[in-house]
Ligand binder design. Structure first.
Ligand code: ZN
Length: 642
């Protein structure tokens, strides 16, 4: 009898223990719903993440490989020149022995010429030649892009410089990027050693170069500056550009690049340009020579021989934890160069086969629900509300490839020569757009993604998006939480801090009253503060300010979905399906290294918080799951804008 009493006591203790320590969906919805997924440890050594997106991307990649194979076997009816080019580049790219034999090829001459420059005038002359022949930025990073205020036109933007291995100047002055900076320095040293410098020489040159990048960074705007689209749009006259770049004859410089252009220029980072101009003196000649040298070598490293490719592969591995093979890197380049041709075939095989009707219907329902939310909005004045509703009404959905553009024909002997002529032809096309107003290349059809484009006020769904819907549950509300979430998120981007600066026709023009805008921005600040509280890994928190637009889109999208369920008079089970679909969408595993990188560079919150932080701010989640202050998902202060 005594024994029995002890047993009861023990059972009681276990129950108490489980009650307090057992985590369930009231404490961590994301982990509980995705328990099966997360407990599998799918992450392979050479990969940095595993998610429903990466699974879908793997399927899309397989289809792309199949299409490429079909092109090489002449299975598709297509332009002969393009097919020949694809064949040529494909064989060029994967013939590593030939590439190893070819070494630095025609780059050799340019690199030697840079190093033998005697004075600053010769340097400027040489720099311009490199820019024009090889399309490597030395003095300016000139880009042709839509005029934000009139999207029927394209204008010239001077973007901040792209430095070695696609790095930006801000990483050289931002403390958070110390590791990043060290990896890039190591990459530069490896490039120089491959060229023939001793370890000691290479280290000295790399140190000086990093010093130059840091100075450049000190004169540039910080990363956050670019979060605000109004900073990109800084229209100046040609005279102003010329006065900033007083050491270069800008009239000649621009004539070489863009011909007799009389339109506008947008100067994105004038501080950086002023610094670069002042740096062009004989005192800095040595550093400038190595700067140009490394610009060329780092930009072309991935298409040179296997040793140079290895530098890029190991750098990528250090930065993000993903390890690709030489063949994979080569193939990526081919797919990228011929993405329009391959995307067009993918588009015709996928979009017409899959269920785009479901996505179209969801988009219409989401727009309706967003309209209801705007009508019921308490803080917008009537005029702003009217404009917001007009913008929403005008928003379009674009599924698959909108406009097919012929890819570029090449016929050179070597991989490198084909890549160079490809770059030159690409630039010619860019310049043509400056005069004929043509659209720029959209996001690739083979990327599993969706995006809102403020410049045409449209939500775009590339073909590969449809691989996401393979194998998901058939329940209507589960699918709404999963696929509908993505669409609603993109619709809400039209009304985040950047998207809302564009009007119903996709032009950058203000449709807000001053008070409404102030109120909107103050609500954005609340969202930032709310997300700042979440600790992701050991002392590293979400950057609320950097991720604010994505969080606003997530929160707004959940409000949209709830509004749809409300108008359907959905029951508790329907809500549970929708919330589960939403949590399942973002199921993912990432290596710790990759998580740290994402916290630095990604404008989205980590997936777990994209789910939990949103639901903790959703009243209906509380009522459906009976969440109380002692549950982990409980938040006293809830946020949301729309
Ligand atoms: Zn987004």
């Amino acid at each position: 009898m005594k024994k029995f009493r002890y047993l009861i006591l023990l059972l009681f203790i276990v129950i108490i223990f489980l009650y307090f320590y057992h985590k369930d969906l009231k404490d961590d919805f994301y982990d509980t719903i995705n328990h099966q997924f997360l407990s599998h440890n799918y992450l392979e050594d050479d990969k940095n993440s595993y998610s429903n997106f990466s699974l879908a991307q793997d399927k899309a990649d397989k289809e792309v490989d199949r299409i490429l194979d079909g092109i090489l076997k002449h299975q598709y009816d297509m332009d002969n020149d393009i097919r020949n080019s694809i064949e040529l580049v494909y064989h060029n790219a994967l013939d590593i022995d030939k590439r190893d034999g070819n070494g630095l090829g025609e780059l050799n001459l340019y690199l030697k010429d840079i190093l033998s420059v005697q004075n600053i005038d010769e340097f400027i002359h040489m720099g311009i030649k490199i820019e024009n022949d090889l399309k490597v930025p030395i003095f300016t990073n000139i880009t042709i892009h839509n005029d934000y205020k009139d999207n029927t036109k394209n204008i010239v933007y001077f973007y901040p410089m792209t430095l070695a291995f696609s790095s930006s100047s801000f990483i050289y002055v931002d403390e958070d990027y110390m590791a990043y900076k060290a990896y890039i320095k190591r990459g530069i040293i490896q490039l120089l050693k491959l060229y023939g410098y001793s370890k000691k020489e290479a280290s000295t040159i790399a140190n000086d170069l990093i010093g130059f990048y840091e100075e450049l960074g000190n004169h540039s705007y910080s990363n956050e500056y670019y979060d605000d689209i109004s900073h990109y749009y800084h229209i100046v006259s040609l005279d102003e550009v010329s006065s900033i770049y007083s050491n270069i004859d800008m009239n000649c410089y621009l004539m070489d690049k863009i011909g007799e252009y009389s339109g506008s220029y947008s100067l994105v980072d004038d501080g950086q340009m002023r610094f670069l101009n002042h740096y062009l003196t004989n005192d800095h000649l040595e550093n400038l020579k190595y700067y140009a040298f490394v610009q060329v070598l780092s930009q072309y490293a991935s298409v040179l021989d296997s040793n140079y490719m290895e530098v890029v592969l190991s750098l990528n591995h250090s930065l993000g934890g993903e390890r690709k093979s030489i063949d994979e890197l080569s193939l990526d380049m081919v797919l990228d160069m011929y993405s329009s041709t391959i995307g067009n075939i993918l588009n015709s095989t996928v979009v017409h086969k899959k269920n785009s009707k479901e996505i179209e219907d969801m988009f219409l329902r989401i727009k309706d629900a967003f309209g209801i939310m705007l009508q019921n909005n308490q803080w917008l004045q009537d005029n702003t509300k009217k404009e917001a509703l007009l913008k929403l009404k005008n928003m379009k959905l674009v599924i698959g490839m909108e406009e097919f553009r012929e890819d570029i024909v090449v016929s050179g002997d070597t991989y490198l020569s084909n890549i160079i002529s490809y770059q030159q032809e690409m630039w010619k096309r860019e310049v043509d757009r400056l005069y004929d107003g043509g659209k720029e290349n959209a996001v690739s059809e083979s990327v599993v993604n969706a995006y809102y484009q403020p410049l045409d006020n449209s939500v775009h769904i590339p073909s590969a998006f449809f691989y996401l819907e393979d194998d998901i549950k058939s329940d209507k509300y589960f699918r709404l939480g999963y696929l509908g979430m993505i669409i609603a998120h993109e619709v809400t981007h039209g009304f985040d801090a950047n998207g809302s600066l564009f009007d119903k026709n996709g032009n950058y023009s203000n449709w807000w009253t001053e008070e409404d805008r102030e109120q909107f921005l103050s609500l954005c600040d609340d969202v930032s503060r709310y997300y700042d509280q979440f600790e992701v890994i050991g002392g590293r928190y979400i950057n609320g300010k950097k991720t604010v637009n994505e969080n606003v889109a997530d929160l707004g999208a959940m409000r949209v979905l709830v509004t749809i369920l409300e108008s359907d008079k959905a029951n508790g089970n329907d809500y549970r399906e929708m919330f589960s679909g939403f949590a399942n969408l973002w199921a993912s595993e990432e290596s710790e290294q990759y998580q740290k990188l994402l916290l630095l560079v990604d404008h989205h919150s980590p997936n777990k918080y994209r789910v939990n932080a949103v639901l903790s701010s959703t009243d209906q989640f509380y009522s459906v799951y009976h969440i109380y202050p002692w549950n982990g998902m409980y938040q006293k202060d809830r946020v949301g804008i729309w």
